[in-house]
Design a protein around this ligand. Structure first.
Ligand SMILES: [Zn+2]
Length: 300
């Protein structure tokens, strides 16, 4: 059985000001690297943009309407961190659809991966930190449309706390949020996940992987998930421009292996997204993101 991979070229199509810190080219870079390592180009499944009605079902409709029509005020756009464009909206709607499609495919095939996703700083009525709409939360809701799926565990290992996800899922007893992040990283005002672990600056592989193992055990004792959504952000890497942790490339690989092993052990489907990762050298950044696909057995 082959693991479904979800990708659209629009993931990397966004005109940004010069020296903008967001590495928008990384998505197509990951696709190209997977192809270079033997993944058939025809294997990537293409999402179509989500309907606005799907967004307004879970989101503040004033926010959805203002953002999608370009009427959101300057301050709110600055908080998001991207200049407004029609392309940004189209890209975002497609990226969010990609994670929801990945969630559906995971239920069918056991495991599926999106080549973008992890917009965990998006709240119900505002966006923040490069996140417009929270695909993790929307993917959990998508999974729950399947009658056999009640409880969804969202594991967020991006270096930044999953604040938007925690807040959105605050009143959902059937969505359990686990975030392991850098305590001194953005967002400085953290929200309350079901389990939060804030690591000190400079944490290395041993501490990180040990903490993860304990957190996964704790989460599976407190909650019986029917499915898992995984944000595999690599801004925990030692060379990351925004993260303050010192995790090696091998450490990222072992981390991702542990998460997939948990899904195996529990016998539940898992949908994974790539999350954050910030390096000017796109090839070096892709090399870290690619660990997720190695850990999932997509490539050697
Ligand atoms: Zn991040």
């Amino acid at each position: 059985m082959t693991t479904p991979l979800v990708f659209h070229p629009i993931y990397s199509q966004l005109d940004l000001p010069e020296r903008h810190r967001f590495p928008i080219e990384k998505y197509v870079g990951i696709r190209d690297e997977l192809v270079r390592r033997g993944v058939d180009k025809a294997r990537f499944i293409t999402p179509s943009p989500v309907d606005l009605s799907f967004l307004t079902a879970y989101y503040d409709s004033n926010y959805v309407n203002a953002l999608t029509t370009g009427a959101l005020d300057k301050k709110a756009m600055r908080r998001i961190g991207f200049p407004w464009s029609q392309q940004l909206i189209e890209r975002t709607r497609t990226a969010v659809a990609g994670t929801c499609l990945t969630a559906t495919l995971a239920l069918e095939q056991g495991k599926a991966l999106n080549l973008t996703g992890g917009y965990h700083h998006a709240f119900a009525d505002f966006g923040s930190g490069f996140c417009l709409f929270n695909d993790l939360y929307l993917a959990a809701k998508t999974m729950q449309q399947t009658p056999s799926i009640d409880n969804v565990l969202i594991i967020d290992l991006d270096v930044h706390q999953g604040d938007g996800t925690a807040k959105l899922a605050e009143d959902d007893r059937d969505i359990f949020t686990l975030s392991i992040h850098g305590e001194k990283n953005f967002p400085y005002r953290k929200q309350l996940s079901d389990i939060d672990i804030g690591l000190a600056k400079g944490a290395e592989d041993d501490e990180y992987l040990g903490t993860l193992e304990e957190a996964l055990t704790l989460a599976s004792r407190q909650f019986q998930p029917d499915a898992i959504i995984y944000d595999a952000g690599v801004d925990v890497h030692v060379n990351d421009d925004l993260g303050h942790l010192h995790i090696s490339t091998q450490g990222v690989y072992e981390r991702d292996k542990k998460v997939f092993a948990l899904a195996d052990r529990l016998g539940v489907p898992i949908a994974a997204v790539i999350g954050g990762g910030y390096q000017r050298d796109i090839a070096a950044l892709v090399d870290v993101h690619i660990q997720l696909y190695r850990a999932a057995g997509v490539i050697d």
